[in-house]
Design a binder for this molecule. Structure first.
Ligand SMILES: Nc1ncnc2c1ncn2[C@@H]1O[C@H](COP(=O)(O)OP(=O)(O)O)[C@@H](O)[C@H]1O
Ligand SMILES: [Mg+2]
Length: 400
């Protein structure tokens, strides 16, 4: 039995089989693509955006749709994204190589493409003879040309073959493309009716400002869906079921609830902590009962957090003393009332310095805004980092 595989996965995208909840969101992504709509899917990092996109893509592709899904996070220029989109488009076209090349040249005429099929790698390679440019609005124009090309491609498909363009971590495009990118992209996107667009992103401040301020070009361009946590009852049921499948028992609801609470409901952290609990359980001798208890959850948390000790240490030592104190205050205050005079005093800096520290911590993806009940509170992007800071203050006493 000890050769069982740990059922809790974190880090990669989850496909339809392992996805907990998110039925509404995946259905909405599918609908958007089928209807040639526009959707913004906005949520904190590690909440499951890419998993939703992947699941929806898989489902709608099996129904015959053409899905072009790209991740803007790793790109260093918009032209890279353009080439990726165009190569993906080519891979979906049917016919002999020369036919595909002719079609590509027709759809993407303004990009003066060189399309080749790499036989050994079994994929299309595309190079563009456009002048590579460091001028943002010229690069964004290439992207606009690519989007126009996809619309032409989509118009040539039968109605039963919808075409969707999914751009993950979309805020990167705006970061690279500069202020005018929004207006340039809007005017293209709003003229397209056959391609369904899904823009997903994590940088909630940038993306929510983009879609909710009426002076910004993307305002009301499409539907905005803000991704919240997975309902606890669903996640708890998944954890219990997965533990049972390995022959473990979880009779104490408080222990399962602790996994969700200590992870602040961030799906990545929930899976990571559940994974660590599983490792604790499998290490119990098979003669004994393997039961999830609060004690095991606590031990598993320390194990999961300390595995990341080198990363947290290096992140922590890069922070200024004021930033470190601000993080301690965020923990003490549960992320609330951080700019009030008494809290600012405990941090030991002026309120403008604290304000700047909060901004810098947000920009470094250490803290995020969590709007709820009409107020914005600050949360750790990675709740385990907060646990690490607490453990550190206790001298990493493992018995905590
Ligand atoms: N619906 C879900 N069900 C179960 N686990 C999930 C779900 N969504 C996310 N996760 C967990 O979170 C991790 C990160 O998910 P991902 O889709 O990459 O998030 P994002 O794109 O928002 O950063 C996954 O590897 C998985 O462990
Ligand atoms: Mg992602």
């Amino acid at each position: 039995m000890d050769s069982l595989r740990n059922p809790f996965r974190f880090g990669g995208e989850i496909g339809a089989k392992g996805l907990v909840d998110r039925d509404d969101e995946t259905a909405q992504v599918e609908r958007t693509i089928r209807d040639g709509g526009k959707l913004f899917l906005i949520g904190p990092r590690r909440f499951g955006k890419s998993s939703i996109l992947r699941t929806a893509s898989e489902r709608i592709s099996t129904k015959g749709a053409i899905i072009l899904r790209v991740d803007a996070d790793p790109i260093s220029s918009i032209d890279m994204l353009v080439e990726e989109i165009v190569a993906l488009s080519a891979s979906h076209l049917k016919g002999k190589a020369q036919q595909v090349i002719d079609l590509m040249r027709k759809y993407f005429a303004s990009l003066s493409l060189e399309v080749k099929f790499d036989v050994t790698a079994q994929r299309w390679s595309v190079t563009s003879n456009i002048q590579r440019t460091s001028e943002p609005s010229a690069a964004v124009q290439h992207l606009v040309d690519a989007l126009d090309g996809i619309e032409k491609l989509a118009l040539a498909q039968p109605a039963s073959r919808p075409v969707g363009l999914i751009i993950d971590e979309f805020q990167r495009v705006i970061e690279l493309g500069g202020e005018r990118a929004e207006a340039q992209l809007r005017s293209a996107v709003q003229q397209h009716s056959r391609v369904g667009y899904v823009f997903a992103g994590s940088n909630t401040r940038l993306l929510s400002a983009m879609t909710s301020n009426n002076d910004r070009p993307f305002y009301r361009l499409g539907t905005v869906r803000v991704l919240g946590p997975i309902p606890r009852s669903d996640f708890a049921a998944f954890i219990i079921k997965s533990l049972r499948a390995s022959g473990f028992r979880a009779p104490d609801p408080a222990a399962v609830d602790a996994i969700l609470a200590l992870s602040e409901d961030v799906p990545y952290n929930v899976q990571s902590l559940a994974n660590s609990c599983w490792e604790e359980l499998i290490s119990i001798s098979a003669d004994e009962e393997r039961i999830l208890t609060l004690e095991i959850v606590r031990r598993a948390l320390v194990r999961a957090v300390m595995e990341l000790d080198p990363i947290y240490t290096s992140a922590w030592t890069k922070l200024t003393p004021v930033q470190q104190n601000t993080l301690r205050a965020v923990i003490r205050q549960g992320g609330k009332r951080l700019s009030t005079a008494p809290v600012v005093r405990t941090i030991g800096a002026s309120s403008s310095t604290v304000h700047r520290a909060l901004g810098a911590l947000h920009d470094q993806n250490i803290l995020r805004d969590d709007p709820s009940e009409g107020k914005v509170q600050m949360r750790f992007d990675d709740p385990f980092f907060a646990h690490w800071i607490r453990l550190r203050a206790m001298g990493f006493d493992r018995t905590g």
